[in-house]
Structures are given as C-alpha cells and as structure tokens.
Design a protein around this ligand. Structure first.
Ligand code: EPZ
Length: 418
C-alpha cells in the first residue's frame, strides 16, 4: 500500500488544473448500457473508480478502453447483466448499472453494495422506485435480482433527494413506456451533466437540476460522445489547500456556479476568492482564518463531500466552529486522525465542535475513506514537521495524481510504497 509523506509549512502558489468529475463520469459510463454501440467520454480523470466501472462493464460483455483522459465503451456485444460482489464491494457507485440494465436488458443482477466507512448507505429508494415502474425485485444471496419486460412510467416522490437514486431512475425512465416524474430529485451538477448526455443520446428529459424531473420514454437511444464537467469537490479541495497554507492558487477549469455554498463559507472564514474569470477561480489568503459554522445539505447546500476538508481548515482557524453532518451518519472518521495532529475536535452525534489551535504537528495518520484522506493531506500541508498519510488507496479513488498537482504548486510531498 502507498503512503504520502508531507512536510508542512509551504505556501502554495501557481496554477492547478482540475480534472473531470468522478461523480459524473461514473453514471455517464453506466448510461452507455442504454444504447448499442460505441460511446466516448472525454475529460475523464485517471481514477481507480473509473477502472472499476470499466471492469464492471467488461464483465457484462461490453468493451472498455481508457487513454489520454478519454474512455470508450462499446456495448455492441454486451450480453451480461450481472454486477458481481467482488467489484461492487470496492465501489458503491456500481449500483448505477441497475437502472440502465433493467431498461435495456430487462434484467439486472447487482450485488448489494454493503455498508461503507461513512454509513449504511441503503438503496431502498432506488429499489422501491424501480418497483413503481413495474420491476419485479427480489433480494437473494446478497444480490438484487430485478426483472422487467418493459418498465412503465410512474410518478415517484423520493423521501430523500438521493443523488445516485435520481441518476438510476432517470436512466431507467429514458426507455420506459410513458412519462416518469421524479419529485424531490437531487439537483447536483452531476445529475445535470448526465441528463445533458442522455439528451444527446435521444432521451427526452425536462427539469434536470431542479427537484422535479420529467422523463418521456423513447423506444431506443443512440451512443454518445460527451465531455465530463470539472470536479467541483477536487476544485473545493484545492481552494482549501490554498487557504490553509496562506497561499495563492489559480484553479483552472473550475466552475464557480457549482460551488456557491463553498465559496460563501470560505469568504466568511476570511479567505479571498475571485471567480470572474471564465477560465477558473483564484483563491488566496494571508493565513489568518476565522471560525465558521456550517451544516451539510443536499445541493445547492454545503456539500457533505467537503465537510472533512473544511473541518481541517477550521482546526487552525481563530475561534470555535460548529459543524453538523446531516447526510451521512458516520462521516467523522477523520476526527480522531486530525486530533493526532494536535487538532481539538469533539464529536457529539451529528455535531462536531472544532476549537481552532495555533498549529498542528506532523504525525503518522491513517486514511479511512476518500474525503477523510483529503482532509489529512490538507492537514499535512500546514502541520509542523512531517506527516505520513497511510492507506492512500482511498485517495486514489477520487483524486487524480493529487501529489503531483500539489508538488507543482510548491508543496513538499512524496508518494512512497509502504
Ligand atoms: C452520492 O452518493 C455521491 N457518490 C457521494 O460522493 C455523495 O457524498 C452523496 O451522493 C451525497 O452528496 C456518487 O455520486 C458516486 P445519496 P449516493 O443516495 O448517491 C440515504 C464521494 O466522496 N439514502 O445521495 O450514494 C443515504 O444513506 C462520494 O465522492 C437512503 O436512505 O448518496 C444518505 O444518508 C461519497 N436510501 C442520503 O440518503 C437510498 O435508497 C444521501 O445519499 C439512497 C440514499
């Protein structure tokens, strides 16, 4: 297993290029199932999760190739409909093949993902909604076994605005008989990116990006060529990296409108942000940061995927911050590791109280999940001395070449084999 060795104290400066969005390319690759032929995605990040989704599609008889930030999926000879446990357990987003398989093949056998570090993460809303569209679903031997000769339109109201649930149902509804309405749909930019791509395939979709999406089923779809939007969570992570080190970064390719809640919080904490360039966002700080309170919410609220990273920033801010994690029930695994670096954070249920300290001190810490890993790297950038972040395979799932990007803007960081 690899680890990252970071020597803190360097102010980051210069320019970093943001890669394509992990949480957009994964549903986009799954949507290739909906059409027979060769679909291509560009601006694709080189991530473990992209490779895993590719293996999943190959396991169903599709052909997958990846090179130069592009992936190609050829579903012409696709004949399978199974997503096996050994792949699904490494990537929960595998559930995204469920809707497209049912719509295209009439059958899907997808391993239940099981829990993960940040919570139980059930898929009951996905399954109940597909049943409303006429799918017969049984849970057997740890698998979801779903059948539908042809899905029919339905009026669906989500109890929770689930992101992959919205994406699964939107994809399933594109080939259903009649109209499907999804109420309380997720509004994330990645949902809009998927809808844009589906429309290029011939799907009829209205309202993506709002909480009410209408999909009018068609008989078939054609393959697509689509460019993936920039990763807003990678962007926000580098914004925090500039802020926490008292540096100045231009983040090329960033989309400010995807990040209004994050920009607002960073400015409240005393960080300077300029987002009037069409090419990206500039972030700078004198390193004097103020405590802020925030609660994670569905988009456009503050993203749960940035909770750990902002917590790191607040651990060295002036004053005490109150954080409320409202999306996942166990997304504070990074707290104990940050405390090892000298942070003063106390957790009580969904609430974390972060008392800013004057400095963090380097130590060996362990990554537990993707965004927690990023928070530990950010802490290492500002901690005195050497910080070693172990088990960074978590990080490699969602950040493309993060140590190379940080090195290029002045960080003292190196990857080593464990
Ligand atoms: C997506 O996960 C993202 N993953 C997550 O990013 C992100 O944290 C999450 O949305 C919230 O924004 C991808 O897009 C691949 P949800 P998803 O369904 O769709 C509950 C990262 O770090 N729920 O919106 O799995 C669920 O337990 C990852 O990049 C049900 O109860 O999240 C959670 O409490 C982590 N039943 C809440 O809804 C369901 O059927 C939101 O989950 C579905 C969800």
């Amino acid at each position: 297993m690899d680890k990252l060795i970071i020597k803190g104290g360097r102010r980051l400066h210069g320019e970093v290029k943001i890669s394509g969005a992990k949480n957009s390319v994964l549903p986009l690759m799954a949507s290739a199932i909906l059409a027979s032929g060769v679909s291509t995605m560009s601006n694709v990040p080189d991530l473990k999760d992209v490779e895993t989704m590719g293996h999943l599609l190959e396991n169903m008889g599709a052909e997958f190739s990846a090179s130069n930030s592009s992936v190609t999926v050829d579903t012409t000879a696709m004949n399978g409909m199974t997503a096996p446990y050994h792949l699904v357990r490494t990537m929960r987003a595998s559930v995204l093949v469920l809707g497209p398989l049912l719509a295209r093949m009439g059958k899907a056998i997808v391993s239940l993902p099981g829990g993960c570090a940040i919570g139980a993460r059930p898929i009951n809303i996905h399954l109940e909604s597909l049943q409303k569209m006429g799918a017969d679903i049984v849970l057997e031997d740890g698998y979801v076994k779903a059948y539908a000769s042809r899905l029919h339109g339905a009026h669906i109201s989500f109890d929770i605005p689930t992101v992959t649930g919205t994406e699964n149902l939107m994809m399933a509804a594109t080939l259903a008989d009649g109209e499907t309405v999804i109420e309380n749909a997720a509004c994330e930019p990645e949902v809009v990116d998927l809808a844009d791509s589906l429309q290029k395939m011939g799907a009829k979709i209205e309202g993506a990006g709002t909480s009410k999406i209408r999909i009018f089923g068609v008989d078939d779809l054609k393959p697509v060529s689509h460019s993936v939007i920039a990763d807003r969570i990678e962007t926000a992570t580098f914004m925090v990296a500039a802020a926490i080190t008292g540096g100045n970064l231009f983040i090329r390719g960033a989309r400010p409108d995807d990040l209004r809640s994050v920009i607002e919080k960073l400015c409240e904490a005393g960080i300077s942000v300029s987002d009037d360039s069409p090419d990206g966002i500039r972030v700078w700080s004198d390193g004097k940061l103020q405590a802020v309170n925030f609660k994670t919410m569905p988009y456009p609220g503050f993203p749960t995927d940035m909770q750990a990273q902002l917590m790191t920033l607040l651990s060295v801010a002036e004053g005490t911050s109150i954080i409320t994690e409202s999306i996942f029930e166990n997304r504070y695994m990074h707290v104990a590791e940050l405390d090892r670096l000298g942070a003063e954070i106390r957790v009580d249920g969904a609430v974390a109280m972060v008392k800013g300290v004057s400095r963090l001190r380097g130590a060996q810490v362990m990554a537990t999940d993707l965004r927690a890993s990023a928070s530990l790297v950010l802490a290492g950038l500002v901690a005195e001395g050497k910080t070693t972040v172990c088990r960074i395979y978590h990080l490699d799932r969602g950040y493309e070449a993060i140590e190379k990007k940080l090195l290029a803007v002045g960080a003292d960081i190196v990857r080593e084999k464990d």
